[in-house]
Design a protein around this ligand. Structure first.
Ligand code: NAP
Length: 275
């Protein structure tokens, strides 16, 4: 799995094909999409148009909640394969830790054993749910994609991911800029030493901790900037200074908050009614 990839959350249908073509041109070889981003077709078209051989690209999608349960999850992955114009996926994740995740997981296990998916994993499974899911399934998740950035460093989760050999992947590696991550003085000062931007320092820091990063940008020059992080190394002092910035709190919301769980439930209900 590449240590750095390109994510297409909040990239509109109109922009997505151009963005993925640009990302591939900039050198990205991991593309992260999801059923709930509604842009799998555009991702598939861009990959086809790019001329980059399919086997050089690590392609991820995620099963959305309303497709949980064994049969629905299986059908939804087959539909993702069709939309993405490919006969296999490199990684499929369960997007959220709710509902019949176990049924959906059994579908991923079967598709994995059939060779339709090369690796299977989870997303937004906090440390307790991750440990539970690892221990109560036949095939354990290979990846957990979580919110990981300078203000929410996921130190305990990292310990357990290491223990069970699960690869941690950081969504929102800039925290989408919340809390002024791009203007952070500690990150800026470190960047000045290396002639690097704050974005590059935030990505490099996660990569050095062994965390895969999938930054999103719709601008070609930023895509180029974000992938240019392999020609320098942060020192132990730099890493320690960044470690101090951790607040161990989400910049978005907690999946453990009951009101948030209810919000997910109502969203699924609403979508069912609108079908
Ligand atoms: P992010 O990558 O932390 O931040 C994206 C924001 O940063 C955009 O507003 C972008 O603006 C800006 N940006 C990018 N590069 C920049 C740079 N070099 N300098 C200044 N600003 C820059 O947030 P994200 O998109 O939420 O997360 C990344 C990927 O993680 C997503 O695309 C998705 O694939 C995945 N994700 C997964 C989950 C999940 O539940 N599993 C949740 C969220 C995200 P411009 O586009 O204008 O450049």
């Amino acid at each position: 799995m590449p240590t750095l990839g390109y994510g297409v959350f909040q990239v509109t249908k109109e922009e997505c094909e151009r963005c993925v073509l640009d990302a591939l041109k900039a050198g990205y070889r991991l593309i992260d999409t999801a059923q709930s981003y509604f842009n799998e077709e555009e991702v598939g078209r861009a990959i086809k148009k790019s001329g980059v051989p399919r086997e050089e690209i690590f392609l991820t999608t995620k099963v959305w909640l309303e497709h949980y349960g064994y049969e629905n999850a299986k059908q939804s992955v087959l539909e993702s394969l069709r939309k993405l114009q490919t006969d296999y996926l490199d990684l499929v994740l369960l997007h959220q830790p709710f509902g019949d995740a176990y049924g959906a997981w059994r579908a991923l296990e079967d598709l994995y054993e059939d060779g339709k998916i090369k690796a299977i994993g989870i997303s937004n499974f906090y440390v307790d749910r991750m440990v539970e899911f690892i221990n109560f399934n036949r095939i354990k998740p290979m990846v957990n994609q979580m919110e990981v950035h300078i203000f929410n460093q996921q130190k305990q989760l990292m310990e357990y991911a290491d223990k069970y050999n699960v690869q941690l992947e950081a969504w929102a590696p800039f925290g989408e800029g919340r809390g002024n991550t791009f203007e952070n003085e500690v990150i800026k000062a470190i960047g000045e030493k290396y002639g690097k931007t704050t974005a590059q320092i935030m990505l490099r820091w996660n990569i050095q901790r062994g965390v895969v990063v999938i930054p999103k940008s719709t601008r070609f020059e930023r895509m180029v900037e974000n992938i240019d992080v392999f020609d320098f190394e942060l020192t132990a002092d730099d890493m320690n200074a960044i470690s101090e910035l951790d607040t161990a709190t989400s910049s978005f919301f907690s999946h453990q908050e009951p009101a948030m769980v209810e919000w997910f439930v109502s969203m699924i209900e609403e979508r069912k009614q609108n079908k």
